[in-house]
Design a protein around this ligand. Structure first.
Ligand SMILES: *Cc1c(COP(=O)(O)O)cnc(C)c1O
Length: 359
């Protein structure tokens, strides 16, 4: 197997299939998934539906397709989706909700991407007016990516769910990192999903799978989701090879997410100790750490300096650097990153003019 020479904290999507996972994939029982004849995929769908306390689930190529299909089923053109302003569905899916479902968005400004039932009520359109769009669905993200991996507590979800239900709206959970949230809270995933109508989880975020996500909900919803899966070209053939990776991840990689969370806290310790660099994620609940230097320019130089030393992170939101810990970066490597970071920080704090040329 080949390994990256770099330490890649760009995203937990950088996890790669392990030897054991590849073995499981190689020996998977397969059939024609489009026809419902792939036993490994069907078993994974049943397993995830049970795990999330829903009637049914459908295997899809990506989390983005889960969100998009969910909106296509929940909404009619002209409907409105309510969610945090930073939610992936609004910011990072190429405008899919408007391009595909024809829905428009109502972004709620809120700390760490977590809002309340009262926020939902305040965002509702007046149903009396014929000129108003129809508020249709509320989206929450578990954990909140741009909220630094913040975890919605069951009581917070219940509060939003009650408001949505009282006003005839559906509640959808983007559970890209649902299992991180569950492990962090020490709760079964179903405790996080009991109050939501539809939910999906990603197999490619931190779990090591090459492809795949599962969207779960009531049977009629999943039947409708299947129609869109066909329309969008998401129906597969011998997908058991991919589903086997999912089974392997759920069997072997979930508990270890706690190590990723410990590594995120470990990294934050290094960052906090470095001169002129501030951790912006507080508290660190899961595997995401946002931080920055004292100016966007210095932050950019810090990011470039890390890259020059073989450490990859991202800078995509609010001029902050995002580091995401995952199973393919060890505590020892985190300490190496910490030492590199401390080194660069000392140089940076002397001012931009003294920065080494890292181009
Ligand atoms: C990554 C991510 C997605 C999209 O998932 P893909 O599998 O990459 O398509 C959606 N929502 C959140 C919060 C994410 O982090």
């Amino acid at each position: 197997m080949t390994h990256n020479a770099i330490i890649d904290l760009y995203s937990d999507t950088q996890t790669r299939p392990s030897a054991g996972m590849r073995q499981a994939m190689a020996t998977a029982e397969v059939g024609d998934e489009q026809r419902g004849e792939d036993p490994t995929t069907r078993l994974l769908e049943e397993r995830v539906a049970a795990m999330l306390g829903k009637e049914a689930a459908v295997f899809l190529p990506s989390g983005t397709m889960c969100n998009q299909i969910a909106m296509l089923v929940h909404c009619r053109p002209g409907d409105e989706i309510i969610g945090a302003e930073t939610t992936h569905l609004f910011t990072s899916e190429a405008g899919g909700a408007s391009a595909l479902a024809g829905a428009q968005t109502w972004p709620i400004r809120c700390p760490r991407g977590i809002f309340t039932g009262a926020d939902v009520v305040a965002a509702l359109r007046d149903t009396a007016g014929r000129h108003n769009p129809r508020s249709r669905v509320v989206v929450i993200e578990q954990s909140v990516n741009r909220g630094g991996g913040a975890v919605w507590k069951p009581a917070e979800i219940a509060d939003v769910a009650a408001a949505a239900r009282a006003h005839g709206l559906s509640l959808h959970m983007d559970g890209a990192r649902l299992l991180n949230a569950a492990v962090s809270a020490g709760l079964p995933a179903a405790a996080m999903t009991a109050e939501v109508d539809t939910v999906w989880l990603d197999l490619t975020k931190g779990l090591g799978c090459p492809v795949g996500a599962l969207l779960a909900g009531p049977k009629p919803f999943i039947a409708e989701a299947w129609r869109w899966k066909h329309r969008l070209g998401g129906a597969m053939r011998q997908s058991g090879v991919l589903a086997a990776a999912g089974h392997h991840a759920l069997d072997h990689h979930v508990a270890a997410l706690a190590d990723d969370h410990a590594n995120a806290r470990r990294l934050a310790g290094w960052i906090a100790a470095a001169p002129g660099i501030v951790v912006r994620t507080d508290p660190i609940e899961t595997n995401i750490v946002f931080f920055e230097a004292t100016s966007p320019l210095l932050t950019r130089q810090l990011l470039d300096g890390l890259k020059a030393k073989g450490v990859r992170m991202g800078m995509t939101y609010g001029n902050m650097i995002r580091a995401v810990t995952h199973r393919d970066v060890s505590a020892t490597e985190i300490d190496r990153v910490g030492a590199i970071l401390a080194d660069i920080a000392r140089t940076l704090s002397m001012g931009p003019a003294s920065m080494p040329n890292v181009a």
